[in-house]
Design a protein. Structure first.
Length: 597
């Protein structure tokens, strides 16, 4: 059955067919320039922002690469870039496409936005359209996209020809920055304004860590009693200046005693309240390799109650379950051996929404009871599903306004204050709660207006000084765009490398260069992986685990993703789960032990 032609496409086709609208010349005027960056996709997706897109080597129209993007039920696989143009000027947009229902167009023209499309292009077909910019228009966005659920399309050799814009020269380098307030985890910097600069880039130890629109910035996420060097570069449309002279300072010692963990730690979840195909594992039978043991799970009595209960697996479901007395004794034995045992709240079925202050207080009270009853070391936050969703106007992760987020931050801070510096706090968000904020935080543009994209970022940021470990679940995930502006998918080392690099480098949230999520310390980061093919989608074999660790800690054995640093102090690995690893003859544990000794 043939699909109906989308209305916007019908209108566009009709306009192009009106008598008096002449055919567009295939040759640009001699004074015109091609303003599209990387229109042939020979440099991957450099310059483009793409949903569900990648580059392929076949089919291509010319060169060695082309774009391929696959629309889903709620995603038309749009690929776009913003281009600087002259006001009140004529431009021609052209490109070659393959597939069904493929579009090429321009928005933000200042006059009439335009598009061209093809219903069916089994081989390369050229699409061309033209527009005139408005009297004050200096930037337009060009794009290509498919149609919902119609399969992959390809695009190549996209060009935007018309009057070029002289961007001039990059600005001069700023003077040496001045150091302001210094804490155990942050350094405040300021510098003199540079003529012609539209913004500034701040470098820490040679790595760009944030941008600023003004002449000051505070670099956070630092380690206590550590020397850091800083430089600043000025930026405008023509590019980035040379870096300033270097200023070096040392963070303060800080107040509190950090939680003691091995230099490289192995974290695992223990199925303590349920059984599944992996079988029940007693606490006393967990091998000594596991440094942090998360009891799965404490769950709410209702979604919004905040009242958390931890019910151990019943004998009918777990015939070999130990008694409460033996369970508590085994926890004490693990702690005596230097291990940390935490209660993990949430999980796949335990949705928690602290919508009110009453729910917040119930959360604090009930979690405290669990910690006290079993003598636990702290809390793991494993909120999944719709536990954390952003309000539509909550666009600044540093100043959240959504009640479920504000109340969670308050609850955890209360627990930290109650138990003191030895309180272990870990988090296990899914990738779309964290790294997807690079593209969509506060925009509701992912997964059919999904408000969860990046919703963990305000929680992580507000608690970063109290956070022992963040181990994002690098599994059960769709493709995520890395700092190279290319999508990375599960199944190999590159995905783990790209996702972890984002946490250790920092990233602009939703593409906002002035709203940067600061990097975490490497000792706060562990990489979440499934223990086996039975445990979840995204399993990688031991060789890929080793590649991941080599690249991040030594910058060797890397694949196609180029990291922004080297982090030998990376804390380690987390897995779902200890039970599934036992089921698989301890493959994950043996890989960790073999690497870190």
């Amino acid at each position: 059955m043939d699909r109906p032609r989308p209305f916007v496409a019908v209108v566009t086709a009709a306009v192009l067919a009106v008598p008096g609208v002449t055919a567009l010349s295939s040759a640009a005027r001699a004074a015109d320039a091609d303003l599209a960056r990387n229109g042939g996709f020979e440099s991957g997706l450099d310059g483009w922002t793409c949903a569900s897109g990648t580059t392929v080597n076949s089919p291509v129209r010319s060169g060695s690469s082309a774009l391929q993007a696959t629309p889903a039920g709620s995603d038309n696989a749009r690929c776009a870039q913003t281009v600087t143009v002259k006001p009140d000027s004529q431009y021609t947009l052209s490109g070659y496409v393959r597939g069904a229902y493929v579009y090429l167009g321009a928005t933000g023209t200042g006059t009439t936005d335009v598009s061209a499309w093809t219903q069916s292009a089994p081989d390369w077909q050229q699409l061309t359209t033209t527009f005139r910019t408005g009297a004050s228009t200096t930037k337009v966005t060009i794009y290509t996209h498919g149609w919902y659920g119609t399969g992959a399309y390809q695009a190549d050799d996209i060009s935007l020809t018309g009057p070029g814009v002289d961007a001039g020269q990059p600005p001069a380098a700023p003077n040496e920055p001045q150091v302001g307030a210094v804490t155990s985890t942050s350094v405040a910097l300021s510098w003199s304004a540079v003529a012609g600069a539209s913004g500034y880039a701040v470098y820490r130890d040679g790595v760009k860590v944030r941008t600023a629109s003004g002449t000051s910035a505070t670099v956070t996420g630092l380690s206590p009693s550590t020397a850091y060097s800083f430089q600043v570069a000025a930026v405008n449309d023509a590019g980035e200046s040379a870096k300033s002279a270097t200023v070096t300072t040392t963070t303060t010692a800080g107040t509190g005693t950090p939680v003691e963990l091995p230099a490289h730690a192995l974290v695992g979840y223990l199925h303590a309240s349920f059984a599944n195909g992996s079988g029940y594992t007693r606490m006393a039978d967990v091998p000594d390799s596991w440094d942090v043991i998360d009891l799965a799970f404490g769950e709410p009595t209702s979604v919004t109650s905040g009242d958390i209960r931890f019910n151990r697996c019943p004998v009918a479901e777990c015939p070999n379950v130990e008694s409460d007395a033996d369970f508590k004794a085994a926890i004490k034995a693990k702690q005596a051996a230097g291990k940390k045992v935490l209660i993990s709240i949430g999980g796949q079925n335990g949705q928690v929404q602290l919508t009110t202050t009453a729910a917040r207080d119930a959360f604090v009270s009930s979690v405290s009871k669990i910690i006290d009853e079993y003598g636990l070391d702290g809390l793991d936050i494993d909120f999944e599903g719709h536990s954390l969703s952003l309000n539509a106007n909550d666009t600044d992760f540093k100043n959240p306004t959504t009640p479920v987020i504000v109340n969670l931050i308050s609850a955890v801070k209360t627990l930290k204050a109650k138990y003191g510096d030895d309180f272990v706090l870990t988090m296990a968000p899914e990738t779309f709660f964290v790294q997807l904020g690079y593209q969509y935080y506060g925009t509701g543009q992912w997964g059919g207006q999904d408000p969860r994209a990046g919703a963990y970022l305000p929680v992580i940021h507000a608690l970063r000084d109290d956070l022992t470990l963040l181990h994002v679940q690098d599994y059960n995930s769709g493709p995520i765009m890395g700092l190279d502006n290319q999508y990375h998918s599960m199944g190999g080392a590159d995905f783990h490398i790209a996702m972890t690099d984002m946490l250790l480098t920092g990233f602009p949230v939703a593409g906002n260069a002035s709203n940067v999520f600061p990097p975490l310390r490497p000792d706060q980061v562990a990489i979440g992986m499934p223990a086996s093919t039975n445990a979840g989608n995204g399993y990688v074999p031991p060789a890929e685990v080793t590649k991941t660790l080599d690249c991040l800690t030594k910058k060797t054995n890397c694949g196609s993703y180029a990291t922004h640093g080297t982090w030998p102090a990376l804390r380690g690995l987390m897995t779902w789960s200890i039970n599934w690893d036992r089921y698989s003859n301890w493959e994950f544990q043996r890989t960790f032990d073999g690497y870190f000794g």
